[in-house]
Design a binder for this molecule. Structure first.
Ligand SMILES: CSC[C@H]1O[C@H](OP(=O)(O)O)[C@H](O)[C@@H]1O
Ligand SMILES: Nc1ncnc2[nH]cnc12
Length: 290
């Protein structure tokens, strides 16, 4: 199978440059419209799809991002490896604004979002103990280091609902839980990527110290936006470095991301809802066909 990179650009990252044969494409999905058209093309000879998570012009809030449509659309286009690029607050002194954190764990505190492609008529339970792909994460870390930014390998991302930032009490509590960074979007994105059998890596770019830090006061969106600009430029350089670090002919994921549904579907074949099965054509076609 051919490798195809899918990049989901977060706040401040609404396009990428350097693509050959680039065109913005509208993709319809059974889960509605994705956040925006998707920029498809080739980068360093490798097929790539770029989707701005909030849409160009930042239209969608973290709650209204159509997460299922976004992941389905990338899968439908042939994407095999999803790189999520996000802004985040930091709970660690050493994870400073401008640093990149290659996230490997999540605590999901979001509550107003659809979190699964499956449900009544086709129930599935995928494993999420290791929600990111170590192979793809290592590639992202290497590409991030090459941009010159400080890279932290591994970190726990607290996903809050938002759109308001945390209270001081919440910020202190998340810190006491051992969280490293905080954002509003990587869940349910990572869960859905796993259900869709896509490798998923999360590059979290620190913009602020949330509100716990005694010397940095509360989160200030103006300061965040100032940091976003430099982070976004490093993110674009990181993305440009991905194709040379990935195999064009893709070996199966050694961590099994691309086989996550092998034993996950619980609903007996004769009890499955044909309407839901039809919606699952891209996400679960591999295991539902035949
Ligand atoms: C602009 S600060 C808050 C906003 O930024 C992050 O977005 P993304 O994860 O898409 O980069 C954060 O999650 C909030 O949505
Ligand atoms: N402190 C913060 N909390 C939640 N999301 C963020 N995105 C960037 N900074 C953030």
């Amino acid at each position: 199978m051919q490798t195809m990179i899918g990049v989901i650009g977060g706040s401040g990252v609404y396009d990428i440059d350097g693509l050959e044969e680039a065109r913005w494409t509208r993709v319809e999905t059974p889960w509605g419209a994705p956040s925006d058209e998707i920029l498809v093309g080739r980068l360093g000879g490798m097929p790539i799809a770029f989707l701005p998570r909030h849409g160009r012009g930042h239209v969608h809030s973290p709650t209204t991002v159509p997460y299922r449509a976004n992941i389905d659309a990338l899968k439908r286009l042939g994407v095999t490896d999803v790189v999520s690029v996000s802004a985040c607050g930091s709970f660690r002194e050493e994870m400073a604004p401008g640093d990149f954190v290659i996230v490997d764990q999540f605590i999901d505190r979001s509550f107003a979002r659809e979190k699964s492609f499956f449900g009544t008529g086709c129930v599935a339970h995928v494993s999420l103990a290791h929600p990111t792909c170590p192979r793809l994460s290592a590639v992202c870390a290497d590409a991030a280091r090459a941009t010159g930014v400080k890279v932290h390998m591994g970190g726990t991302y607290l996903c809050m609902e938002g759109p308001q930032f945390s209270t001081l009490a919440e910020s202190l509590m998340y810190r006491s839980w051992g969280c490293d960074v905080i954002g509003m979007t990587n869940m349910p994105e990572a869960k859905l990527a796993r259900e869709a059998e896509l490798c998923y890596a999360s590059v979290a770019m620190v913009t602020d110290y949330d509100s716990w830090h005694p010397h940095h006061g509360e989160v200030d969106i103006t300061a965040i936006i100032a940091t976003l600009g430099a982070n976004a430029s490093h993110a674009r350089t990181l993305v440009a470095g991905l194709p040379q670090r990935l195999e064009a002919e893709r070996a199966p994921c050694p961590h099994g991301c691309d086989r996550a549904l092998d034993f996950a579907i619980m609903t007996a074949p004769d009890k499955r809802d044909p309407a839901l099965l039809a919606k699952l054509d891209a996400v679960a076609g591999r295991v539902l066909k035949g």
